[in-house]
Design a protein around this ligand. Structure first.
Ligand code: ADP
Ligand code: MG
Length: 160
């Protein structure tokens, strides 16, 4: 297996495809940051840990800089004729403010499921339901000590 896969980059603006509207904001990493994902063939949903590196000032809480569970969607971007791979990370934590421009570090530990085609379904309801399932699956998987040890990996910034 190719895991763990380590990613790092500055959070970019996405296309506002309704992440927040669905209660599921997804932070985008720039292209060069997701090259390590080329080692996996599958698009779909992954799980792991992520950390946003923000200064203690500027209104962020100490919890905001912790290493937190995440789910990541990897897919071909329709805005680029499906020729560009994009990775969007939803961190399972309540941030009181956006963190565009800050560094995000992540470790991808496993695969949950392929992308589903929502075209013929009641899109938002189906999506929300699936995202909730993904989050539960991710949290269950991350319970295992072999996975949990990666939250302490030196890839992440020291938390004081
Ligand atoms: P965009 O299209 O710009 O990615 P989203 O609606 O997907 O817009 O919102 C993503 C942004 O929301 C992130 O870049 C980040 O600044 C912010 N955000 C707030 N809470 C979270 C969270 N729990 N996980 C990921 N991003 C979050
Ligand atoms: Mg997004």
């Amino acid at each position: 297996a190719p895991f763990p896969i380590f990613l790092v980059g500055k959070v970019q603006r996405g296309f506002g495809r309704g992440g927040k509207d669905l209660g599921c904001p997804t932070a985008n990493l720039p292209d060069e940051s997701i090259t390590p994902m080329s080692s996996v063939a599958n698009t779909g949903v992954y799980y792991g840990y992520a950390q946003v590196v923000t200064p203690a000032t500027e209104g962020f809480k100490p919890e905001d800089v912790e290493v937190l569970p995440m789910v990541m969607s990897l897919g071909w971007n329709p805005f680029y004729k499906n020729e560009k791979l994009t990775a969007e990370i939803h961190i399972m934590h309540d941030f009181e403010k956006d963190f565009y421009g800050y560094e995000m570090r992540a470790v991808v530990l496993g695969y949950i499921r392929p992308e589903l085609d929502y075209v013929s379904r009641a899109i938002s309801e189906a999506l929300i339901e699936d995202i909730e399932i993904d989050k539960r699956v991710a949290l269950n998987c991350l319970e295992r000590s072999e996975y949990r040890k990666y939250s302490k990996d030196p890839h992440f910034e020291d938390q004081c």
